[in-house]
Design a protein around this ligand. Structure first.
Ligand code: ATP
Ligand code: MG
Ligand code: MG
Length: 348
């Protein structure tokens, strides 16, 4: 049989491993911290830092292909692995999504709309960026940010947050809704998209995703077409999450994630082939499933430390509970999610 290597052992790695098993794949997780969520379900787990050359070499030699569940894998580790086995999605896709400046530059370069942005590396560049972009706006670190971390909002031109790392200043987008498209591209270039989901964030963290999204037909088509353009342009292989703002002027791309995505968790109970299986199929060189949605779903993230309460959700037969087996929680930590499922209302 074939073995898939996954860099990162969080909940996304765990759900990838769970999806790989029914297809007969073995999964080898590489993760620096012990007792990670994925280790509980994977066939094999290497616990080692990303600068342990011997561990990386042994990992690469033990697998047929490598994928990843988070964006911030150090470049040197990827170089080492790629000398031995293919990495999917490819390095260019990963590199672009690791840096908000490169990401927005790429997206505009292929004709897509983003928020107006300017590079900011020090206080003087922040001043220049504020006169160019105006306020309200958001200063975001170019690298490593997630769940709204590393962001400062500027309400007026008097707001002068400290520039602590290379950043971008982004104009505030006046959106009516946030949606995301989970798209997949196979090795042979075939593309499929799941129905766009409508996202609600709380405190910078995704709270719920609802399908179907309340979105005009024309914008649904736009969302799918722009996803296809991004994936083709990158010669992408795997699942990608694309976050979009819905505005009166059309769709604006917020960011892209070269991996399975929190806003795609609804597919686990809304589709025959979910985003995790789709990603495994793609990186293994298999044909994709078509991604048809058979149910309406509201996905709710379970955040914080009320695990006992969540177990009570299992009394509801329309609520599919997914807990990540995380031992301890801290405020804002994603502990699981629940998919509330109902029959599909229309072909809409
Ligand atoms: P993730 O966990 O999705 O990777 P992140 O830390 O990369 O999050 P963003 O997606 O950039 O953060 O921003 C988080 C949320 O903040 C967005 O979903 C949106 O609600 C809001 N937001 C971000 N940028 C803008 C913008 N330019 N205009 C308006 N709202 C924004
Ligand atoms: Mg992000
Ligand atoms: Mg985001």
């Amino acid at each position: 049989g074939s073995t898939i290597g996954i860099l990162g052992g969080g909940q996304l790695g765990r759900m990838l491993a769970l999806a790989a098993a029914p297809l007969g794949f073995k999964v080898h997780i590489y993760e620096p911290s012990a007792d990670c969520p994925a280790a509980q379900v994977a066939d094999r787990c290497t616990t080692a830092p990303y600068d342990d050359d011997a561990a990386l070499d042994a990992f690469a030699a033990s697998v047929n292909v490598v994928t990843y569940e988070f964006e911030n894998v150090p470049t040197a580790a990827l170089d080492r692995i790629e000398a031995v086995v293919p990495i999917r999605p490819n390095r260019r896709s990963l590199g672009i999504s690791q840096d908000r400046l490169d990401e927005k530059t790429f997206l505009q370069g292929i004709g897509l709309k983003t928020a107006p942005f300017a590079n900011v590396e020090d206080q003087a560049e922040l001043d220049a960026a504020i006169s160019q972009i105006g306020t309200p706006s958001i200063l975001k670190t170019r690298r490593m940010g997630y769940d709204g971390k590393g962001q400062a909002r500027l309400r007026s031109a008097d707001d002068r947050p400290e520039v602590t790392a290379p950043s971008v200043l982004e104009g505030f987008v006046d959106f009516s809704a946030e949606i995301s498209v989970i798209a997949a591209r196979a090795l042979d270039g075939a593309i499929t998209c799941y129905d766009p989901g409508e996202n609600v964030h709380r405190d910078g963290i995704l709270a719920t995703t609802t399908v179907p999204a309340s979105l005009p037909r024309s914008l649904q088509t736009d969302a799918v077409l722009l996803a296809g353009r991004i994936l083709n342009e990158l010669d992408y292989v795997g699942v990608m999450g694309i976050e979009l703002f819905v505005t009166s002027g059309g769709l604006i791309v917020n960011e892209i994630a070269p991996r399975v995505h929190n806003s795609g968790h609804w597919t686990q109970n809304g589709c025959t082939i979910d985003q995790f299986e789709q990603h495994i199929r793609a990186v293994a060189g298999w044909p994709l499933g078509d991604g048809q949605r058979h149910s309406d779903v509201v996905m709710e993230n379970l955040i914080g430390d009320e695990v006992d309460q969540w177990q009570a959700l299992s009394a509801d037969s329309n609520a599919a509970l997914h807990l990540y087996g995380k031992a301890q929680s801290r405020p804002g930590r994603k502990m699981g999610h629940v998919n509330r499922v109902s029959p599909r209302a229309s072909k809409g």
